[in-house]
Design a protein around this ligand. Structure first.
Ligand code: DQA
Length: 148
C-alpha cells in the first residue's frame, strides 16, 4: 500500500513558526515521524511539501494510479482552495485531512475546510500524532475494502 503525504504552505517552517501553536519540532522531525509511522503501519509513504497551491494540485493529479491513499495537511489552503478540493474529488483516491492544531477552536476564517469536503476523516489538534492516526486509519480503511 502506497500513501502520498502532502503538506502545504509554511509547514516547512515548523519549529520556527508560532511554536506555541505548532510546537518546537521542525519539518525534518515531522518527516522522520511520518516515515516511522508508515513503517510501523507497513505502508510505503512518499512525502511532499509545497508553498504553492498549483504544485499541490499537480501532485494530487499525478497520484492517480500510483498511490492508494492521500494524507493531506493543506495548511492555509485548507480554508481557501477549491482547486485542491476539486483535485481530490477528481482523482477519487481515499484521503484523510490532518491539522497539527485544533482549527475548530481558532479564528472564524479557519472554520471552513474545502479539502476536508473530499476527505473521509479529519484528525486535528493532535500535533504530529495526527499523521500517525491518519496513516493507520487509511490503512485499516483500505484493508477493509480489500477484504470485501
Ligand atoms: C494548519 C492549520 C491552518 O489553519 C494553518 O493555516 C496552517 C496549519 C495546522 O496544521 O494546524 O498552516 O493546517
Amino acid at each position: 500500500m502506497k500513501f502520498l503525504i502532502l503538506n502545504g504552505p509554511n509547514l516547512n517552517l515548523l519549529g520556527l513558526r508560532e511554536p506555541d501553536i505548532y510546537g518546537r519540532q521542525d519539518y525534518a522531525a515531522l518527516c522522520s515521524f511520518i516515515e516511522s509511522a508508515a513503517e510501523d503501519a507497513g505502508v510505503e509513504a512518499e512525502l511532499f511539501q509545497s508553498n504553492h497551491e498549483g504544485a499541490l494540485v499537480d501532485r494530487i493529479q499525478q497520484a492517480l494510479g500510483v498511490f492508494d491513499g492521500i494524507v493531506i495537511n493543506p495548511a492555509a489552503y485548507t480554508h481557501t482552495s477549491v482547486a485542491i478540493l476539486d483535485a481530490l474529488k477528481a482523482v477519487q483516491i481515499p484521503a484523510v485531512e490532518v491539522h497539527l492544531s485544533d482549527v475548530s477552536k481558532r479564528e472564524s476564517f479557519r472554520q471552513i475546510s474545502y479539502a476536508g469536503l473530499a476527505c473521509c476523516r479529519t484528525f486535528m489538534g493532535l500535533g504530529f500524532e495526527g499523521y500517525r492516526r491518519a496513516i493507520f486509519y487509511l490503512r485499516d480503511l483500505l484493508k477493509g475494502e480489500e477484504s470485501v
